[in-house]
Every structure is written in C-alpha cells, then in structure tokens.
Design a protein around this ligand. Structure first.
Ligand SMILES: NC(=O)c1ccc[n+]([C@@H]2O[C@H](COP(=O)([O-])OP(=O)(O)OC[C@H]3O[C@@H](n4cnc5c(N)ncnc54)[C@H](OP(=O)(O)O)[C@@H]3O)[C@@H](O)[C@H]2O)c1
Length: 262
C-alpha cells in the first residue's frame, strides 16, 4: 500500500493486545500513532479517556481495548459493560464532536450460535452471555452515532502474541500425548494481522460507515488441529463433543453460539 495516504493523528486503545499491536504496526507508516498503555490511561475511566482525547485531538480512533475475559464477565458484569459498552459509546461521542473517524471491533458472541449458516451482518443478534451483551451494546452505541464509524465483527482471533486458542493448542500438543479437541464447533480463526491490514485498506478506500464482518472463510470443523504444526500423529487427537464437558449453563450457551460462528 502506498504510504502517500495519511490519517493524521491516530489514537489506538488496547495497543498492547493482539489486534492493537498489529494495528500499531500497520498504521505506523500512515500517521502519527499514539497508543497509550493501560498503565498510562485506564480505558474504563471515562474522565481519563475524555482527557486523553481532548489533549491528543485524534483524527482517527482505533478501539481495540476490550474486556475479553469471556467467562469472568459473567461474574463481573459491571466491568465488562464499562469497557465493552460505555467506552465505545464515549468514543463515538468524542469522535462526533471532533469530526474524527472511529473504528471499533466486535465479536461473533453477539449472535446466538444456532442454525447452520454463517452469520451475516443482517442476521438477528441474540447474545447468550454477558460478554456478548456488552459487545452488542457497544456496537449499537457506535452504529447509532453520527460520527464516521466502522464496526468490524470478527471471530477466534489469533496472533503470535497474547493468549489464544492456537497458542494453547500448540502448547498442549507439545506437552501431552493425547488431546481431546471439540469437533462440533465451526468458526473462522482470524489472524490479528489480517484485521489490522484490512482496517487500513478499508479506511484508505473510504468505505461507508457501518457494520462489517471481518473473518476469513470458515474452515470445516477440525481444521484447527494442533497436529498440523506440532508434528503429532492425527490419531492422538480425539474428537470431543462440547457437551462432554460439564459446562455451567452460560458456557453451554456460549458453546452453542460458537458452533456456527462466522
Ligand atoms: N480474542 C478473540 O478471539 C476475539 C474474537 C472476536 C472479537 N474480538 C474482539 O477484538 C477486539 C480485540 O481483541 P484482542 O483479541 O486483541 O484482545 P486482547 O488481546 O485481550 O487485548 C485487549 C486490550 O485491551 C486492553 N485493556 C483491557 N482493559 C483495559 C483497561 N481498563 N484500560 C486500558 N486498556 C485495557 C488490554 O490491555 P493489557 O494488555 O494491559 O491487558 C489489551 O491491550 C476486542 O474488541 C474483542 O472483543 C476478539
């Protein structure tokens, strides 16, 4: 991509996370990037975020900060809501006042997980978890705002840094002789680097404000096998139905939701 396209002052929240780190790399040639750490600015503190924006006056805000501890959100609803619902709402208000563009990232957890088709942008939402509810509330706030905005829903994000399914499987594949891997969930693992690069391209092409799904084509179930990269024989991976696990109610629902995630 030509570096002639400039975005001006760019604020990245969550720059230390999987997506945020890749955003920093992708956007560095295209503007003046400011990516404060959590220790610099607590993104769940609206006054701190407002002061940051007032000082930095960004022309582009990329919000990769989120409460991503899905299970923990069930017990800590308020924390999840502050970060996933109230923060994007505040960012949209500030972007609107500044005439800035806001890019926000969301999740397949806003969908119910039933059916047998990939989710589309116009599929009805019906989150089954507090995490899903909080992400949906954030999306709705941004989509309803009058700032220029892009909301990207993605799924099963992985990267070389951070915690993700791919790294967990690679680690377990090295450590254990036999693995039980769920084979009744269908999803599209999405590299954080792809998310960052497509975000940059979408902005460069000035696509319309709105909601977009950002994920590769969903692979058949079982494609995400640790054997492929750990060198273990396939027979050591046992197919495992999600229902074999003693999920608590909310996790059962989350599992259903994932079965047909994008
Ligand atoms: N991970 C997935 O599988 C997945 C799937 C679908 C959608 N998404 C969405 O994609 C986006 C990015 O996810 P990700 O995988 O990059 O998540 P991540 O690796 O967990 O990164 C989240 C970032 O948010 C920051 N953060 C959390 N609480 C904060 C606070 N109070 N103040 C300041 N920063 C705070 C974290 O800071 P620290 O580094 O200090 O913890 C981290 O940098 C999120 O909107 C997520 O909902 C993720």
């Amino acid at each position: 991509m030509s570096t002639s396209h400039r975005f001006g002052r760019i604020l990245i929240l969550g720059g230390n996370g999987q997506v945020g780190f890749e955003l920093q790399r992708s956007f560095a040639p295209f503007g003046e990037v400011h990516a404060p750490r959590r220790s610099d600015v607590d993104a769940s503190d609206p006054d701190a975020v407002a002061a940051l924006i007032d000082t930095w006056q960004p022309q582009l805000i990329l919000n990769a900060a989120a409460w991503t501890a899905v299970d923990k959100a069930e017990e800590e609803r308020e924390g999840a809501m502050r970060l996933n619902a109230e923060l994007p709402s505040l960012l949209a208000q500030k972007a609107s006042a500044l005439g800035a563009t806001l890019v926000h990232y969301s999740s397949d957890y806003v969908y119910p997980g039933d059916g047998d088709q990939a989710w589309r942008e116009d599929s009805p939402t019906a989150p089954l978890s507090v995490y899903g509810e909080s992400k949906l509330a954030g999306d709705e706030a941004v989509l309803a705002s009058d700032c220029r905005h892009l909301v990207f829903r993605t799924s099963w994000v992985y990267a070389a840094r951070g915690n993700n399914f791919m790294k967990t499987m690679l680690k377990l594949g090295r450590e254990r002789d036999s693995l039980n891997i769920v084979n009744d969930q269908i999803g599209a693992p999405t590299p954080a680097r792809l998310i960052a690069q497509l975000t940059c391209e979408a902005l460069r092409q000035q696509i319309d404000s709105g909601l977009y799904h950002l994920a590769p084509q969903a692979p058949p179930a079982g494609m995400v096998s640790p054997n492929r990269s750990s060198g273990r024989p396939l027979s050591r991976v046992k197919p495992w139905r999600s229902t074999h696990r003693r999920w608590v109610a909310s996790r059962q629902q989350i599992t259903r939701r994932l079965r047909h995630a994008l």
